[in-house]
Ligand binder design. Structure first.
Ligand SMILES: NC(=O)c1ccc[n+]([C@@H]2O[C@H](COP(=O)([O-])OP(=O)(O)OC[C@H]3O[C@@H](n4cnc5c(N)ncnc54)[C@H](OP(=O)(O)O)[C@@H]3O)[C@@H](O)[C@H]2O)c1
Length: 321
């Protein structure tokens, strides 16, 4: 596997770190795309020591910043001609924090979880196209189940403007951003099919959070997360799913799908209200996802916003493209 290159964002912690370890063990060239270089360097050294794979490389990336993404991609292109696997694992979910904007002035949850990954994919598109089996994976979340309730909506109105929504919570924004990422997975898969690039998402139900991650969230949320940690699997469990979705021959022709953690392909929930018992089963199970777009047609608006973000980013930093 020494000639296969994989980029993993947020590779210094949790599932991203476990996935780096997994790919490195299998002999892949892994690029850890991380923003905190000091902490990540220790993590890189640890992974090289465990796996004896010296192809594990660390590159700086703040996925909420278009300038950082463009710098990362231009350095990547100057070193490598192709990219085989791109895993968008990094995410902002610091529950309890107030409304924050990225360097680009975009709400931070969407900047990190949606617009940044979209820009990165678009800047690495040509390198992905050169791989004989290119695969992109988005880290999704079971938080999108909130969208089984038809009152739950993605509010696009404030994303690329100076407006601040009347009520704000990172938790709600996180749910919206993961729903948006899921919808974009389907749309990207359609658009990238002509170039043979597969795009899928994994619905993550939970993975134990590290002490460092717990420290980022406010006390009340931290308490909930600590309790969840008692029941959640180790990050290596989800990392194994990343690995299989991105490498298994069984999924070579699979694109535009949302996987559950059993690696089954999830289906859109029926549009009509299924009745109380069935809805409880939908919420507790991992077989259906909310057919949110079929009701709202929001994907096209999202697609438009993402493309606007990409062209504005390119205009702002033309030298880094
Ligand atoms: N754990 C769960 O229960 C759970 C449930 C559902 C979905 N997920 C999803 O699974 C993925 C991994 O989560 P995890 O539990 O492994 O969390 P984690 O241990 O906190 O890891 C998140 C990683 O993202 C990085 N990151 C955040 N903002 C970034 C930015 N602007 N630029 C670059 N890197 C950034 C963090 O880097 P720093 O160290 O620099 O902060 C960290 O390495 C996420 O997409 C998350 O939404 C997790």
């Amino acid at each position: 596997m020494k000639n296969k290159i994989v980029i993993i964002t947020g590779a210094n912690s949790g599932i991203g770190k476990a996935a780096t370890l997994r790919f490195a063990r299998e002999g892949y060239k892994v690029i850890m795309a991380c923003r905190d270089i000091e902490i990540s360097r220790k993590c890189q050294a640890e992974i090289i020591k465990i796996t004896n794979n010296h192809l594990v490389e660390l590159m700086e990336l703040d996925v909420s910043s278009s300038e950082s993404i463009q710098r990362f991609c231009s350095i990547f292109r100057s070193r490598y001609h192709q990219l085989d696997i791109l895993i968008h694992n990094a995410a902002y979910f610091n529950h309890g924090q107030p409304y924050r904007r990225s360097q680009d002035g975009v709400e931070l949850t969407f900047a990190t979880n949606v617009f940044g990954p979209f820009l990165m994919t678009s800047l690495l598109y040509n390198e992905l196209k050169k791989s004989e089996d290119p695969r992109i994976l988005h880290a999704g979340s079971n938080i999108i189940k909130h969208f089984l309730d038809p009152k739950t909506k993605i509010d696009l109105s404030h994303l690329l403007t100076n407006n601040i929504p009347d009520s704000f919570s990172v938790y709600k924004m996180y749910a919206q951003s993961k729903m948006a990422l899921t919808l974009l997975t389907f749309k990207m898969a359609e658009a990238f099919k002509q170039d043979g690039i597969n795009v899928n998402a994994l619905q993550i139900n939970g993975a134990k959070m590290s002490k460092r991650t717990l420290r980022k969230i406010k006390p009340w949320w931290r308490l909930i997360a600590r309790v969840q940690n008692l029941f959640f699997p180790d990050p290596a469990y989800m990392a194994d799913k990343y690995f299989k979705i991105c490498t298994s021959e069984n999924f070579r022709n699979t694109t535009g799908k949302l996987f559950n953690d059993k690696l089954e392909i999830m289906q859109p929930a029926p549009k009509q209200y299924p009745g109380f018992i069935k809805q409880v089963k939908q919420v507790l199970g991992s077989h259906v996802y909310p057919a949110y777009d079929e009701v709202t047609g929001v994907t096209l608006d999202l697609w438009g916003l993402c493309n606007t973000f990409v062209s504005e980013a390119k205009d702002l930093n033309p030298n880094n493209q």
